[in-house]
Design a protein around this ligand. Structure first.
Ligand SMILES: Cc1cc2nc3c(=O)[nH]c(=O)nc-3n(C[C@H](O)[C@H](O)[C@H](O)COP(=O)(O)OP(=O)(O)OC[C@H]3O[C@@H](n4cnc5c(N)ncnc54)[C@H](O)[C@@H]3O)c2cc1C
Length: 346
């Protein structure tokens, strides 16, 4: 944490105007800047929305509070997700030092080294001492398909304010998956996908999704139309919209609960469409609280919890016994999960 006044915006004055645009996350999870022109071409943000972001990034203020330059660089800028969605950081409170300060109930930064701080953060994470992580908070603006929002809203330990379709009219924007994401129903996992559909079948599905969404949206518009149409109340007309219609919200959460969200939704068992948002959040976490993010990836994302029964099986295996699903004492599924976790990653 800094003790001198610093700017709240990561941009240098003068360069700020050039900062508006959005970010893309590449396959390694690294964010890179996306040009304003391409964003506009993709219809993700309007010119006036981009101007608002430019204005916000162009008016830094002085503060004594903790700031994180890497997160300041991301501030306000949309990270593009799916075909029309995004995630952008609107505000945040705290940094890695805030976690350490709270754990030590200290008065200031103290004299300890960064390595001691990250050692403490790793200890807290390992032993599930969660309250110091609650001292950091972050606020996102998220644009996401309604069916993703339904999964997202199950995470109750957050504050949310959604765009009101009772008050406003939604945009004609639907999520249409990439053909590679149009997969058959998984036989082994009732909540999962199997292999991708053949290209011609995928095209048929995409046409159905697009046509149905367009038809429902046209009917929505006709129902709403007060001049020549029906003039139905917005709160009623919206029920005709398909679940792939995009909605938006502001979502504020503390770091502890954010890590709970990310660990559940970045998991391969989570649906791809929410996973991409969790992956973007992990990118944000790495920029915001690098020590906490590293501990989180070590002890949560990359870790596997052994049950007492699994541990007993592992001990028997290490002692040289041939243990299989039938003599393990575990259910077939639990044994398979354990063996999958023990399989070396290439
Ligand atoms: C892969 C996957 C599949 C899922 N499938 C289904 C499904 O088929 N059907 C379905 O309904 N849901 C499903 N869910 C949602 C899941 O059951 C949780 O509701 C969701 O992940 C939110 O988790 P959470 O309760 O930990 O988060 P939060 O609601 O953010 O809560 C965080 C923590 O706060 C505590 N807490 C919060 N509220 C309460 C409370 N009222 N009482 C006690 N403790 C509380 C708990 O410790 C909780 O872990 C699925 C989730 C995932 C990731």
């Amino acid at each position: 944490m800094r003790t001198r006044p610093v700017t709240r915006c990561g941009c240098q004055t003068g360069a700020a105007k050039r900062c508006a645009g959005s970010l893309r996350v590449d396959r390694s999870g690294k964010a890179f800047r996306w040009s304003r022109a391409l964003v506009k071409g993709g219809m993700r943000l309007t010119e006036s929305q981009l101007d608002e972001i430019s204005a916000q990034r162009g008016s830094p203020t002085q503060t004594l509070r903790a700031t994180v330059p890497a997160l300041e660089n991301l501030l306000f800028t949309p990270i593009e997700l799916l075909d029309h969605g995004f995630l952008r950081v609107i505000d945040y409170m705290g940094d890695d030092s805030a976690i350490v300060q709270a754990a030590r109930v200290s008065y200031g930064r103290g004299t300890r080294k960064v390595s001691e701080d990250s050692g403490l953060i790793r200890y807290l994470m390992r032993h599930r001492h969660s309250t110091p992580f609650e001292m950091c908070e972050i606020k996102f603006h998220v644009k996401l398909p309604i069916f993703v929002a339904r999964q997202w809203i199950r995470h109750r330990m957050a504050s949310v304010n959604e765009y009101s379709a009772r008050y406003s009219i939604l945009d004609r924007e639907f999520y249409i998956p990439e053909p590679s994401q149009l997969a058959a129903q998984s036989a082994s996992n009732r909540q999962g996908r199997a292999e991708a559909l053949p290209p011609d079948v995928a095209q048929r599905v995409m046409t159905m999704l697009r046509n149905d969404a367009m038809q429902c949206f046209s009917d929505y518009e006709e129902m709403l139309d007060e001049e020549g149409g029906i003039g139905l109340a917005r709160e009623l007309a919206r029920m005709n919209l398909t679940l792939n219609t995009y909605t938006q919200w502001y979502w504020k959460i503390d770091l502890h609960n954010l890590m709970n969200f990310v660990s559940l939704r970045i998991d391969p068992h989570a649906q791809y469409e929410i996973r991409v948002y969790a992956e973007a959040m992990l990118t944000v976490l790495r920029a915001w609280v690098p020590a906490a993010a590293a501990a989180f990836e070590e002890y949560r994302v990359g870790a596997f919890t052994f049950s007492a029964g699994m541990l007993a099986v592992l001990q028997r295996m290490l002692a040289g016994e041939a243990v299989d699903a039938t003599n393990s004492g575990l259910s077939k599924r639990e044994f398979a999960e354990m063996m999958a976790a023990l399989k070396p990653t290439t």
